[in-house]
Design a binder for this molecule. Structure first.
Ligand code: ATP
Length: 461
């Protein structure tokens, strides 16, 4: 990573170049939610597809699922979300602005250069820490005691609001997988160990504001529940997943030094988890969680079996042994993966002579536009030839046609959206059948035959 990249630069660039906008800007915006513009939507799709391809299509031990966002409300009672899916909240006692208690403490510790592990603190410990250290709100007012704030979004099914109609927008995609465990087992030829994978939206009523797409109230997760025998060597299985998870982020362009795994200590572990690792990425606002890998034992299947009175077991076809499988869960945030790709790609380069460029060095397979085609000048013959080439290439991969006339400006624009190749159609194209192809990263230009362009680019993407 270029250590000078800041969130501010990324936010400004993403808006300027049509990647990411704040939601509902014409109405003044909505905190903690974002819309993906044309390039952002394509980038996100490319990352999503790479994940699905890597973890579902290329593996023969994982099957896919696309579950509903609104489920039976008991799903969230069984999973423990209605009672304990919460963040510690403190309020400014004067203007009632809300903050996450752990974040307030971490920000204070950061400033003092002290290490504090908030994950190991309960509500009382946080309240005490805040009052002992006289930590104030951003506006300089005293803070209330910490209390739990449930993150689940409630909604109502049907025309009349009544308590019995309360439902929830899913707080994680994982639960749709557990409630479909039996459907998959009954319909697919799966054998333990096997995984069920899902990509989809999840919703959390997050308190913290101002972290761009890192923390939003609506986001996408990419999760796998990998079912194993209760006595399987879960440690080795987790180590293999850690390697695969890391490779996924390297594939998005992350530098190996900017990805690490933080193991949760005992106090931090959820009651059902025997071990958890958080893959973290080095942002300018610190090392932050981008995914999770947890050994969840048989907690979820047992809970759903209890609440639904259905058997959620597995019978080994060879030995006839019957058991409730255990589960290892690799859980990725798609929108955080987008942020990793943006941080890893963003470069500001000095080109000498007072010139500079912003260039997004996306790996070609995730770049929203693979190639841009320009006629050298606004000459009808060149334009027609360039359009012909554009139509041919665009049917294979995403291309752009630009005929603004100023090659330098057109290069800069494509650099800024991360297009790996720019192809110029000039008079040699008409006479000798060659084009100039320019590489985004090296800025070197090569002359190749127009007939070879498609194969040249396909090979590189
Ligand atoms: P955090 O501690 O940052 O709130 P978490 O531990 O609650 O995250 P998990 O419940 O483990 O997150 O969810 C798995 C993944 O889903 C996270 O690693 C992250 O990539 C993504 N994720 C969770 N909450 C959000 C959010 N509000 N916005 C964007 N992505 C999120």
């Amino acid at each position: 990573m270029d250590s000078t990249v800041t969130l501010e630069q990324i936010v400004a660039w993403a808006k300027r170049r049509g990647f990411i906008f704040q939601t509902s800007t014409i109405y003044g915006g909505l905190a903690n939610n974002y819309d993906y513009g044309p390039y952002g939507a394509t980038l996100k799709n490319n990352i999503r597809n790479h994940w699905w391809n890597t973890f579902v299509e290329k593996r023969n031990d994982v099957v896919g699922l696309d579950g509903a966002i609104i489920t039976h409300p008991t799903v969230w009672e069984a999973s423990g979300h209605t009672s304990s899916f919460s963040d510690p909240l403190v309020e400014d006692t004067v203007n009632h602005k809300r903050y996450r208690a752990d974040h307030v403490i971490e920000a204070w510790a950061n400033k003092k250069g002290e290490e504090v592990n908030t994950e190991a603190m309960d509500l009382n410990a946080m309240s005490k820490f805040i009052s002992d250290n006289k930590i104030l709100s951003e506006d300089g007012n005293a803070l209330s005691d910490a209390r739990e704030f449930n993150l689940l979004f409630e909604t109502h099914i049907g025309a009349v609001e009544a308590e019995k109609d309360t439902a929830y927008l899913r707080g994680e995609t994982a639960q749709s997988i557990f409630v479909n465990y039996k459907n998959i087992l009954d319909t697919m030829r799966v054998r333990i160990p096997f995984g069920i994978a899902q990509i989809g939206k999840a919703f959390r009523n997050e308190i913290t504001k101002g972290q761009f797409i890192f923390r939003t109230i609506e986001f996408e997760q990419m999760e796998i529940e990998y079912f194993i025998h209760p006595e399987a060597d879960w440690d080795s299985i987790m180590q293999q997943w850690l390697e695969d998870m890391k490779q996924f982020y390297l594939d998005l362009g992350a530098d190996s030094d900017n990805v690490r795994f933080r193991e949760h200590d005992k106090e931090e572990l959820s009651h059902y988890s025997k071990r958890t690792y958080d893959p973290e990425f080095k942002f300018d606002f610190g090392w932050k969680e981008i995914a999770g890998l947890a050994y969840r034992t048989d907690f979820d299947l047992s809970q759903h079996a209890k609440f639904s009175s259905k058997k959620l077991e597995y019978r080994d076809p060879q030995t006839n042994e019957v058991y409730v499988p255990h589960v290892v869960e690799p859980s990725f945030g798609l929108t955080r993966a987008v942020l990793v790709a943006l941080y890893s790609a963003y470069k500001e380069e000095d080109l000498g002579d007072g010139k500079s460029r912003v260039v997004m060095k996306f790996p070609a397979h995730i770049a929203p536009v693979k190639a841009a085609i320009f006629p050298l000048q606004k000459d009808d013959k060149l334009v027609a030839k360039a359009e012909e080439l554009f139509n041919e290439l665009n049917s294979e991969f995403q291309c752009e046609f630009d005929n603004a006339g100023n090659i330098g400006k057109m290069y800069r624009r494509q650099d800024e959206i991360g297009t790996p190749f720019c192809i110029t159609v000039d008079y040699d194209t008409l006479e000798k059948g060659t084009v100039t192809i320019r590489d985004r990263d090296t800025m070197e230009q090569e002359t190749i035959s127009i007939d070879e362009v498609k194969a040249y680019i396909l090979e590189k993407i």
